[in-house]
Design a protein around this ligand. Structure first.
Ligand code: UD1
Length: 386
């Protein structure tokens, strides 16, 4: 076989925000191990930059330092997306990549896809085809548009294929590979940090976790839950009530923390059974989730991770782009319905709650499947013959 390296430009792998890192870490390792694969370069847009949201996760996931950091930082959606595009374009010009690999649905995903597609560089979207059918979510806009301009679309669940077909995307561009998040989850489980240790390190009382029913883990950061002060007050009220039944550990996202303070609601966090922590690393989160009695969340990733772990998950949203976690997994949509949430909590505490099963191909081997498929696809495109 001819060497591909002289003929095929590097693979530019883009990350921007926290949920991207768990997907990219196993992929980079699999690319490095795939014979004939061109070298991969890691581009960080800088959308997330805090130590807790960024650097700590790079260490936990054993991600290499980015080859390029665009350092865009925070801003409105328009400003952030535009800044990423402006700063990513010269990188594409300089590198002449064979393709750009994007993951998930954050602003950086769409911004880099747009730059590549306009330059006729193939876009490879990992975690394609998920739909909440809720255009008030910025991520839904990012998903729909990224998929439209992608050349190769890798999916985590079969429902995604129906969504993409409905939007006119040719079936031969779509490949079911499974869920990269589970590759990272499986790699992290043996190294997970015990919840007692996490709480102790942050100056909390680990004794609170020795409740007969265990503890719940909370994550909340969606604009729909935390941006409006009245809604945020309602959410905090519900958490307070759940905490009376089960101690809750809540690593608080910076945007949520800032909104709580801005709305003058910090007193609602002063509940000894609501253990509020700064954002945690991946090994800490995996430790918390794997030992939790239940999760209360609005995150996409936590819905998937709890399904893989068999931990009941109550999702505080009206919809989910990950229906398989409801149909097959442990997830239940509860919105901000106080009565429903309390009823679900009671059911879980009395030994019920969804057990679920692990979906097809959520087996820890998704990165290898992508590397093998993409390697062959790039070689075919470059006309390299065996
Ligand atoms: C982004 C993603 C969301 C993902 C989430 C995970 C989009 C549209 N949203 O939301 O899909 O679930 O990441 O965390 O891309 N901030 C910091 N430090 C940082 C980064 C942000 O304090 O390192 C604060 C800033 O106040 C910023 C706010 O968080 O304005 C929002 O950050 P941004 O990246 O716009 O979106 P997220 O809410 O983090």
């Amino acid at each position: 076989m001819k060497s591909a390296d002289h003929r095929i430009g590097p693979v530019l792998c883009v990350v921007g925000a926290r949920p991207n890192y768990m997907k990219m870490a196993p992929l980079l390792r699999a690319f490095a191990a795939q014979p004939g694969m061109p070298p991969a370069l890691l581009v960080h847009t800088g959308q997330h930059y805090d130590f807790a949201l960024n650097d700590k996760l790079f260490v936990d996931l054993e991600l290499p330092a980015p080859d390029v950091n665009l350092e865009v930082g925070s801003g409105s959606h328009a400003v952030q997306t535009a800044e990423v595009m402006k700063r990513f374009e010269p990188v594409v010009d300089a590198q002449q990549p064979s393709c750009v690999v994007v993951v998930g649905d954050v602003n950086s995903t769409l911004a880099c896809s747009l730059v590549a597609a306009k330059k006729l560089v193939p876009v490879v979207h990992v975690e394609a085809g998920l739909r909440s059918f809720d255009r008030t979510m910025p991520e839904e806009i990012n998903r729909v548009l990224t998929d439209q301009i992608s050349d190769l679309l890798y999916t985590t669940e079969r429902d995604a294929h129906d969504n993409l077909a409905r939007e006119g995307i040719a079936a031969e561009r779509v490949v079911f590979v499974g869920n990269l998040m589970i590759d990272s989850l499986q790699a992290a489980l043996p190294k997970a940090v015990a919840p007692e240790e996490t709480v102790r390190r942050e100056g909390g009382d680990p004794g609170l976790l020795r409740h007969p029913k265990g503890f719940g883990v909370v994550t909340l950061h969606r604009p729909s839950n935390v941006d409006d002060p009245a809604t945020l007050r309602e959410v905090l009220g519900i958490l307070g009530e759940v905490a009376q039944r089960l101690p809750l550990v809540w690593p608080i996202h910076p945007r949520t923390r800032a909104n709580v303070e801005r709305a003058g609601l910090a007193s609602l966090l002063a509940n000894p059974r609501l253990i509020c922590l700064p954002p945690q690393g991946y090994l800490e989160m995996v430790g918390l989730m794997s030992r939790a009695t239940l999760a209360l969340t609005d995150s996409g990733g936590v819905q998937e991770e709890t399904t893989a772990l068999g931990v009941p998950c109550l999702t505080m949203r009206a919809n989910t782009e990950r229906p398989i976690t409801i149909e097959q997994g442990t997830n239940t949509l509860v919105g901000r319905d106080r009565a429903k949430i309390l009823a679900c909590v009671e059911e879980i505490l009395s030994g019920g709650g969804k057990r679920g099963r692990v979906p097809e191909y959520w087996d820890g081997r998704t990165a290898g499947r992508i590397a093998m498929h993409l390697g062959a696809w790039l070689q075919r495109r470059a006309g390299v013959t065996g």
